[in-house]
Write a protein that binds this ligand. Structure first.
Ligand code: FEO
Ligand code: CA
Ligand code: CA
Length: 632
């Protein structure tokens, strides 16, 4: 069976599924929840007293963080600090409207289109009132081994449609009753955006010849969004969903070579095992060579208008977008920091042409026009800090000219990766999320890991990517010149090099000083700040708990004090999951956290339903038993 991990090299499954029969998952889950006597609390979230005893012995110095760190876990549970609790909000396949059937692995595409999508990732809560809010959640990808009863061995047309319906974005209204947030299935705002929802291309690339297909001669009307990784939000109330590994859905059934621009985006003869091209001809590049140009963008969605047409924003460039960290600069320009998550790719910044005006309708067009930049880092030899520059990606400047393969302004955005190389951008160790500090101008970015660092000629070791093969990842921080996010220079340093001081006694693989035996982790990915300036760090790393990764356990979420550098483990996830996606209620007393792909590659997880049930990606809610602010 062919099924590949979405972010790694192609990794065929090496074992046949062991699951034979499943009882009706939805039915049993209801019984299970009833038996526990709690509407949405499941046993996976039980506190662990032994763990807590160990945690209480850990040192604590930060005044920003008021909780006791927890130890690692290899259990199939969510663990949180003493005094905290985790409840389930929604899982893949749960209804998003009152007509939807209950979850079953045998649900068809029509059912899936009315259910919560799979592999939830980045998300934003949009408050409406004290007891109403809308949650927009990305649904990044699907796992054939769980999506289908046949585990992907015999894909049909409806299977493809079901997978496409499991991708995209789920928008759900939440209501608070008896102090608990839950999904309001009757809300008119509930919506699924999928890989076949109609969208509009905007900005300089809209209508370009490279975006025209047999089905869309205008080059402006695009069907769908998929591999929606992380996210962003705007002060004018819209949601930004970022298209990451779009290449994995395309195949080329002809023998004709597609060329360099396809190679640079990882578009190959074979797809990653989704098989969409077999039943949806737009995913066969021999039919539709321009369809891949219509994906790899940031998409702006109005979560308060279920009839609105999502807008793909070509001014933010086409690459494997991780998230979109938007900040309104002091002068009113909107700045969006953007990571391109692939080994040796780049870090970008968009600056809007026009300025933000609170309450103005014109804000809705701010992402339509602006200037894209890419980062070039310079180091101080032997130090983990230095200076950097933002290089402008504007047609006609910096060698972005027809003789270098850029015939017009649209081509610079459509092939932003090639433009970045042309101007001399620094190749990075997989830029994942970017987060801007709420109370100053510092900006943080996770560089998750990179086995090609120091191995491939194009990815030499340098100060900002200082470790050969970088197995653990790191987080960098920069301060724009004079606190101006539109400035073309910045100072940077490394906030943390994750590492393992137990395995590597010294040197860079031991990690920076803020890594110790009590907070080991690898592959930082999702990050976000709360209002007080606590930096939350989520991991998508190796969970073998062996060798280089011993003492790290399952993927987790940590909390950092940006001032002192201290990092404490706050949450551990179930088996073979990734923790990704975070958002808060306005009072910061409820934190929504994503558990993605528990049981990946058929690892033995049954989260969250327990028993024999297949694992399901889920959104959980963290609260304090005393009702206080999370992390304080
Ligand atoms: Fe979807 Fe780079 O993580
Ligand atoms: Ca990620
Ligand atoms: Ca990742």
């Amino acid at each position: 069976m062919k099924l590949f991990n979405h972010n790694d090299d192609q990794r065929p499954l090496d074992q046949e599924p062991e699951f034979n029969q499943f009882i009706d998952a939805a039915m049993s889950r209801r019984h299970f929840l009833k038996a526990t006597g709690a509407a949405s609390t499941v046993s996976f979230f039980a506190a662990n007293p032994v763990s807590q005893a160990i945690a209480n012995t850990m040192p604590s110095t930060s005044t920003l963080m008021g909780f006791n760190a927890i130890p690692i876990s290899t259990a199939d549970t969510i663990e949180v600090p003493e005094g905290y609790q985790a409840n389930l909000l929604i899982s893949w396949g749960d209804a998003v409207n009152s007509d939807a059937p209950n979850f079953s692995q045998s649900n068809d595409s029509n059912a899936q289109a009315m259910q919560f999508g799979d592999n939830n990732d980045g998300m934003t809560l949009f408050p409406i009132s004290e007891d109403r809010a809308v949650l927009a959640v990305n649904n990044e990808y699907t796992n054939n081994e769980y999506l289908y009863e046949h585990q992907g061995k015999n894909i049909s047309a409806d299977d493809v449609r079901k997978a496409q319906a499991a991708h995209g974005v789920s928008i759900i209204e939440l209501k608070k009753s008896n102090g608990h947030w839950q999904v309001n299935l009757d809300s008119r705002l509930n919506r699924r955006i999928t890989a076949f929802t109609e969208m509009e291309m905007t900005g300089v690339a809209a209508g370009h010849a490279l975006l025209k297909t047999n089905a869309d001669k205008s080059g402006r009307k695009i069907l769908g969004t998929f591999n929606n990784c992380a996210n962003g939000q705007t002060p004018w109330g819209t949601y930004l969903t970022c298209e990451e590994n779009f290449n994995g859905y395309f195949a080329n059934t002809s023998d004709a070579k597609l060329g360099d621009t396809y190679d640079r985006y990882g578009l190959k003869k074979e797809d990653w095992g989704y098989d969409w091209y077999k039943f949806d001809p737009r995913f066969d590049m021999s039919n539709e060579p321009n369809e891949p140009h219509r994906h790899g963008w940031v998409v702006e969605v109005d979560p308060m208008n279920p009839n609105s047409v999502p807008k793909k924003r070509s001014a933010l460039g086409r690459f494997k977008h991780e998230n979109a960290a938007l900040v309104v600069n002091k002068d009113g320009h909107v700045v969006v920091y953007l990571g391109d998550d692939e080994r040796g790719e780049h870090l970008y910044k968009f600056v809007s042409k026009h300025k933000y005006t609170a309450g103005a309708d014109s804000n809705r067009d701010l992402l339509e026009q602006g200037t894209l930049y890419v980062a070039k880092f310079e180091g101080r030899e032997g130090e983990l800090n230095g200076k950097g520059q933002w290089l402008e990606l504007t047609w006609g400047k910096n060698g972005l000219t027809p003789e270098n393969g850029f015939p017009d302004a649209a081509s610079v955005m459509i092939f932003a990766r090639l433009a970045a190389t042309q101007v001399g951008a620094t190749t990075m160790d997989r830029p994942e999320w970017v987060a801007v500090h709420p109370n100053n101008e510092s900006v943080f970015c996770t560089l998750t890991n990179n086995k090609y660092r120091g191995v491939r000629e194009s990815q030499p070791i340098n100060e900002v990517n200082p470790r050969e093969k970088n197995p653990y990842g790191h987080i960098i921080r920069w301060n724009p010149n004079q606190g101006d996010h539109t400035a073309d220079s910045f100072d940077w340093d490394i906030f943390v090099l994750a590492g393992n001081p137990d395995v590597h006694k010294d040197g860079l693989l031991a990690g920076t000083d803020n890594i110790n035996k009590d907070n080991l982790f690898n592959s930082p990915d999702g990050i976000g700040f709360d209002l007080a300036g606590r930096l939350w760090i989520q991991t998508d790393g190796k969970y073998s708990n062996k060798g280089d990764f011993s003492g790290m356990g399952n993927n987790q979420m940590l909390c950092a004090d940006p001032e002192t550098g201290e990092i404490r483990r706050f949450l551990t996830g179930p088996i073979a999951c990734e923790i990704t996606g975070l958002t808060f209620t306005p009072d910061y007393k409820t934190m929504f956290v994503g558990v993605q792909h528990p049981g990946e590659d058929l690892a033995p997880s049954h989260f969250p339903d327990g028993g024999n049930h297949i694992p399901r990606s889920s959104v959980i809610m963290i609260t304090r038993k005393d009702g206080g602010v999370i992390g304080a």
